[in-house]
Ligand binder design. Structure first.
Ligand code: SAH
Ligand code: SF4
Ligand code: F3S
Length: 460
């Protein structure tokens, strides 16, 4: 008799931290025999790893739960259904009331308890665990066990979680709890393990990553900059990135790291949210537009080729036309290479949701469209400005056709390399030959091109 391996299907919504957490959940369940599948139909356990940041994101979970219920009826067997992530934290047991198909609810700080919760759910209990046990999570979820094949040459590593900033629109301080940093030793060990498995690029994750203050080997709190410099020493690792930062926490040593550390990529996601000081104040961002621009100038002074990205919210309560115009201006003043734009979404329990001066849906839609159009123009111009440039690409996978390889530029744009003999995981020098709105086209430059020619001659 063969015992069937139970299958796990995780669908993640929201930010990259959820992507990282999804891998940790799979790791936590692996000792119980769970193998991952990418087909919900095959799964014995379905985990929806949810996001609560905007209303649309939060509602997705309920439509997905409806689909899962129907799928179960059609299959004639009901998989176990778990809701994890930030909706789980925000709504807890309410989820089961609204969607009885759900067997267990687990908040983002309790994934280390997932195997036990799954056993309880199997026994017919309906466990709900939304405790903030972040220290416990960090200490027990630190060891990835699955082989590299499923991971590729880039990886995320969460270095801090939670947020103490309380921007007046945002649910994160409530769903992820207070800011907590992992120790340097844990992060170094995890990153070394990833590098040993062939990972060449690591992106450090945190809701407020530049507020990182984990305990160093000397017993003192280390800054993000110090951590980055330490990780840069790890053999095999070629590139470091980090996201997402808050302007208030951007230290001088982090600026210096952008100047001094070659492995730290010249790309920065630093949201400003609005260009209007009145709105920034109402958002509780605790900086002005001028502070932000000064900071960007200092970072660019340290790293002139820096590509800047950010987030914007339009239609925050009380936002008038002149506030929005200030946002339009800062897009050009800060010279964004790209940015994400959102319509303000009132979130239950956040201060801004209760405020007067909520902006009409029509005004939000119009502002979003104008802002988005300007950002798209900037993005296309940025991509075009790179044609003819030479830089390194980390090769992440084979392209669609023979001789094509795909990877990313230092600025995070996807690059298609034509006529490349490079292997996945190699960092190769390219010359950009063309640009599209989202990706670049390139040919091997310098040494690599010689290789191709020699190879062509040898086989002629
Ligand atoms: N910690 C990060 C971002 C967290 S959420 C930071 O501080 O920048 C990602 C983005 O979602 C935010 O930058 C913001 O632009 C957007 N966002 C957050 N809450 C929102 C809301 N209630 N409505 C619309 N957009 C929101
Ligand atoms: Fe949310 Fe503000 Fe914290 Fe970012 S800094 S997670 S926007 S509260
Ligand atoms: Fe969403 Fe939670 Fe991330 S609300 S954006 S999944 S921290």
């Amino acid at each position: 008799m063969t015992v069937r391996t139970p299958k796990l299907f995780v669908r993640s919504y929201g930010c990259q931290m959820n992507v990282y957490d999804a891998e940790r959940m799979a790791d936590a369940l692996a000792p119980d025999g769970y193998a991952s599948t990418d087909r919900a139909e095959d799964a014995d356990l379905i985990v929806l790893n949810t996001c609560h940041i905007r209303e649309k994101a939060a509602e997705k979970v309920y439509s997905e739960l409806g689909r899962i219920r129907k799928m179960g009826e059609e299959l004639g067997r009901k998989p176990l259904v778990a809701v994890a992530g930030c909706v789980a934290q925000a709504e807890g047991a309410e989820i089961m009331k609204r969607a009885p198909v759900v067997d267990l609810v687990v908040g983002p700080q309790s994934y280390q308890r997932l195997p036990e919760l799954v056993r309880q759910a199997r026994a017919g209990e309906k466990p709900v665990d939304t405790e903030f046990a972040v220290e416990e999570k960090f200490s027990s979820l630190a060891t990835p066990v699955r082989p590299l094949a499923t991971r590729g040459v880039t990886a995320f590593v969460t270095v801090q979680e939670g947020c103490d900033k309380f921007c007046s629109f945002c649910v994160v301080p409530y769903t992820r709890g207070a800011e907590a940093s992992r120790s340097v030793a844990q992060i170094v060990a995890e990153t070394e393990r990833l590098a040993a498995q062939g990972v060449r690029e690591v992106t450090l994750l945190g809701q407020n990553v530049d507020a990182y203050h984990g305990e160093g080997p000397d017993g003192r709190d280390w800054t993000l900059a110090r951590l980055l410099l330490r990780l840069a020493e790890i053999e095999g690792l070629a590139r470091l990135r980090y996201t997402t930062s808050h302007p208030r926490d951007f230290g001088d040593d982090l600026i210096a790291a952008h100047r001094d550390c070659d492995k730290l990529m010249p790309y920065l996601h630093l949201p400003v949210q609005s260009g209007s000081d009145r709105i920034l104040k109402a958002m509780n961002r605790r900086h002005t537009a001028a502070d932000y621009l000064r900071l960007i100038e200092r970072i660019r002074h340290a790293r002139p080729d820096l590509a800047l990205s950010g987030d914007f919210i339009v239609g925050f309560p009380g936002e008038r036309t002149e506030d929005f115009e200030a946002t339009m201006r800062i897009v050009d003043e800060a010279e964004y290479a790209s940015a994400f734009t959102f319509k303000y979404s009132p979130r239950p329990g956040t201060p801004a949701a209760e405020r007067d001066g909520q902006v009409s849906e029509a005004a939000k839609a119009e502002r979003l469209q104008r802002l988005q159009a300007r950002i798209t123009e900037r993005q296309i111009a940025f991509q075009r400005s790179l044609v003819g440039a030479r830089f390194d690409v980390l090769v992440e996978r084979a392209g669609r056709h023979p001789g094509q390889m795909a990877g990313r530029s230092p600025y995070l744009s996807p690059v298609q390399i034509e006529g490349s003999t490079a292997a996945v995981g190699e960092v190769v020098s390219v010359e950009v030959t063309g640009s599209g709105p989202n990706s670049l086209f390139a040919a091997p430059a310098g040494g690599a091109r010689e290789d191709v020619r020699m190879l062509a001659e040898a086989t002629a």
